[in-house]
Design a protein. Structure first.
Length: 256
């Protein structure tokens, strides 16, 4: 995705309702936009969490006056699930109770709270139990797709669990038993990411994982299944690709 297009999308996408129109305007798949929106939501929460916590008395008053969890979250550009959590804590609910009612709505006796939590779960794309489940499934699906591609090339590898058994700390999803060279580039490992890669996402993944893989094993490839910004600046020892790489570029290789 071109940088300018990404910046326009990132600026204009704020809720799930924005996705169909933006998808049509820029001809970008909706699941890609959902990934971008989820990232934006999480970043806004990290930035605004403590300022909003400091306003919790004021926020509870808004709820007491009739505004819903969703209304307040929309007003503050924040997560509806987290707004509900903060308000319920202020109303005397403990962490265990809140966790239970988000996963079992039948436990909620108050009709207003039940309806508003149902709405929050429906619209929150980053912090609801359903969104967490979808993120886990997408992660597993991405790893399985990558495994299929590597199996089709008859490449042998160690999985993350195999490496942990050997005592490795930081472990890529797939460490090749025998490294390869693709178009002159050495590849020792593959990492799967079920997300879109912008500058912030890559920096986070690099500092948390990728730089450690380079230090331990050498250069590798990270696959962002939802795509990436075309001119993404990375460590030269990490090749950023998407699904098109396997269909168009990874046509041949040689063992090192």
């Amino acid at each position: 995705m071109r940088k300018q297009i990404f910046m326009e999308i990132y600026k204009s996408i704020n809720t799930r309702d924005d996705i169909p129109e933006i998808s049509q305007k820029y001809r970008v798949e909706e699941d890609v936009l959902l990934s971008i929106l989820s990232q934006k939501t999480v970043r806004n929460v990290k930035k605004d969490y403590y300022p909003i916590m400091n306003r919790i008395k004021e926020i509870v008053k808004l709820w007491d006056r009739g505004l819903s969890f969703f209304d307040i979250a929309n007003k503050l550009s924040f997560s509806p699930i987290l707004i509900a959590t903060l308000i319920l804590k202020e109303k005397g609910y403990n962490k265990k109770d809140i966790k239970n009612i988000f996963t079992n709505l039948d436990l909620i006796e108050d009709k207003r709270i039940k309806n508003e939590i149902m709405k929050a779960i429906e619209v929150d794309i980053a912090y609801s139990p359903e969104s967490s489940r979808i993120q886990r499934e997408n992660g597993k699906k991405g790893e399985e797709m990558l495994k299929i591609y590597l199996d089709n090339k008859e490449l042998q590898f160690l999985r993350e669990d195999d490496l942990r058994k050997l005592g490795s700390g930081k472990t890529p999803d797939f460490l090749l038993k025998k490294p390869i060279k693709i178009r002159g580039r050495k590849v020792f490992w593959f990492e799967s990411k079920a997300s879109f890669c912008d500058y912030i996402e890559f920096k986070q993944d690099y500092n948390k994982q990728l730089k450690h893989y380079i230090s331990l094993f050498g250069p590798g490839i990270v696959v962002y299944w939802k795509g990436y910004i075309d001119d993404i600046i990375t460590d030269k020892r990490v090749l950023v690709v998407d699904k098109n790489f396997f269909e168009k570029s990874f046509t041949s290789f040689e063992y090192i």
